[in-house]
Design a protein around this ligand. Structure first.
Ligand code: ACO
Length: 443
């Protein structure tokens, strides 16, 4: 039988160590601490900026095989869920671990819908944002503000409280998102219509004008639902990690979710589809693609919507969206950027740089083109990502709260600053040297 240990020889001392290899082919970084040069030595640490090879948790929620391009929620392939399920059912699956039977599904749907309304003061709070505020910034601030409306939410070790906050936040996110959008347009906020589906109601709150009842286009309603399924979770991505890291100091989940929204705001995460659309618009025509690719290969810029920390193969979500785009265009008319995108993908996937770097389209490459065709402004793209990702964030947070191995997230550092020096009075300080000036330029 194989010996599940790692033998390490410290060549500085000649000492040998046996480190256990645990389930999942991991060693515990803390086991390195016994490797010391002397008695007072702190012990060996691993250095892993950006966690490129460090597991921060054990999780049962989402499985990704980046080399094979596989994504599964709770074991179910994303392709099957996108074809057969709907977002609310997938949210149940992600949060609770199993697909619901009919009775549980109906109760879940009802429980989410009864939380779609927000306190009137939330509406007033949002009215306070500047007329041109970015909707993602508004969402970020308002999700954080929910913390002040639900002080009971800090009872994070209570199962019923966690369940209630989860239903509340999944229920309210579309309302907050739609209010943010209406605010940027100077339009009156539209209250939820619980006769409609989750995505149908979102479309109503976004686009309803003077009609008494908004009727969502069934193709667009379903397309949005599929987009929401694809965005529901993605294991330890930047925003899930933010949710967990902030959650580890045990504030209420709204404070954690605000941090997750903030992480999602950035152009390397949820802002990438906006960046991808801007890039496609800048290319403008298929004939300009080679010039852009040259700049990318020379390291002058990145191909937005390409590449992924985990996928070193085609992102399975991008494949589903590429196919779905045609159905959406039948209703909305063709977004001409799709032709540039398809040609850009074709050329890039034959190019040695992209092949050797294993760079493939990610979900953001096609999602923006679909959102744009559906009439969403680019500033709404990350907001449309945050709504479905809420179920993933809440599941990741609840898993973290219940994990007895988790403690406050607190990485180590390697101190590379000055050794001890002593305070001198202002008047007697020498002029800064060139090096000190360079250091102060860092901020
Ligand atoms: N265009 C060109 N080159 C790229 C790209 C890209 N989009 N992405 C990675 N590379 C290259 C890097 O230059 C680097 O090359 P080198 O080794 O020759 O220096 C190599 O590939 C590895 O890149 P890293 O930045 O180390 O990869 P990392 O895993 O840290 O980054 C990321 C992943 C942030 C997604 C990156 O691929 C990127 O910036 N992509 C564009 C932004 C984007 O589409 N983000 C959406 C991610 S999916 C999501 O959040 C839903």
């Amino acid at each position: 039988m194989a010996n599940n240990t790692l033998s390490v020889t410290d060549n500085r001392t000649g000492k040998k160590y046996e480190l256990p290899i645990e389930e999942g082919d991991v060693i515990r970084a803390a086991d390195l601490r016994q490797i010391k040069v002397g008695k007072d030595d702190f012990g060996l640490m691993s250095y892993d900026p950006a966690f490129t090879n460090t597991a921060s948790c054990r999780s049962r929620i989402t499985f990704i095989d980046g080399d094979k391009g596989i994504l599964r929620y709770r074991g179910y392939p994303i392709e099957e869920l996108a074809e057969k399920s709907n977002y609310l059912e997938v949210a149940y699956l992600i949060v609770k671990g199993e697909l619901p039977d009919r009775e549980h599904y109906e109760r879940w749907e009802n429980n989410i819908k009864i939380h779609t309304m927000v306190h009137e003061n939330i509406k007033k709070f949002m009215e306070g944002y500047r007329y041109d505020a970015h909707p993602m910034g508004m969402l970020l601030g308002t999700v954080g503000a929910l913390s002040t409306f639900y002080p009971d939410a800090n009872d994070i070790h209570d199962l019923e409280s966690r369940r209630l906050q989860t239903r509340r936040l999944i229920g309210k996110m579309p309302t907050l998102a739609a209010f943010a959008y209406r605010h940027t347009k100077g339009l009156p906020y539209v209250y939820p219509d619980n006769d409609l589906s989750y995505t149908g109601n979102l479309l109503s709150m976004l686009f309803k004008m003077t009609e008494l009842k908004y009727k969502p286009d069934p193709v667009l309603e379903r397309a949005l639902d599929v987009l929401f399924i694809l965005h529901a979770d993605h294991e330890q991505n930047c925003s899930a990690n933010a949710m967990r890291a902030v959650g580890s100091s045990q504030p209420d989940p709204y404070a954690c979710a605000a941090a997750a929204v903030a992480a999602l705001y950035g152009p390397l995460h949820g802002g990438a589809n906006e960046a991808a659309i801007r890039m496609l618009m800048e290319i403008g025509s298929v004939s300009n693609i080679p010039a852009l690719l040259r700049k990318v290969k020379e390291g002058e810029r990145r191909l937005m919507g390409f590449g992924h920390r985990v996928y070193k193969n085609y992102d399975p979500r991008a494949k589903i969206l590429k196919e779905m785009a045609a159905q959406v265009f039948e209703v909305t008319g063709r977004n001409p950027l799709i032709d540039i995108a398809i040609e850009l993908e074709r050329i890039a996937l034959q190019d040695e740089y992209f092949i050797s770097h294993k760079l493939y389209p990610n979900v953001d490459f096609y999602s923006g083109i679909i959102y744009q065709a559906m009439g969403f402004p680019m500033t709404m793209f990350p907001v449309l990502f945050a709504i479905p990702r809420t179920s993933g964030w809440m599941a990741q947070w609840a898993e973290m709260v219940r994990d007895s191995e988790q403690k406050i997230a607190r990485p180590r550092q390697i101190y590379v600053g000055e050794p001890i020096r002593h305070y001198s009075e202002l008047a007697s300080r020498p002029k800064p040297t060139q090096r000190e000036d360079a250091v102060s330029e860092a901020i």
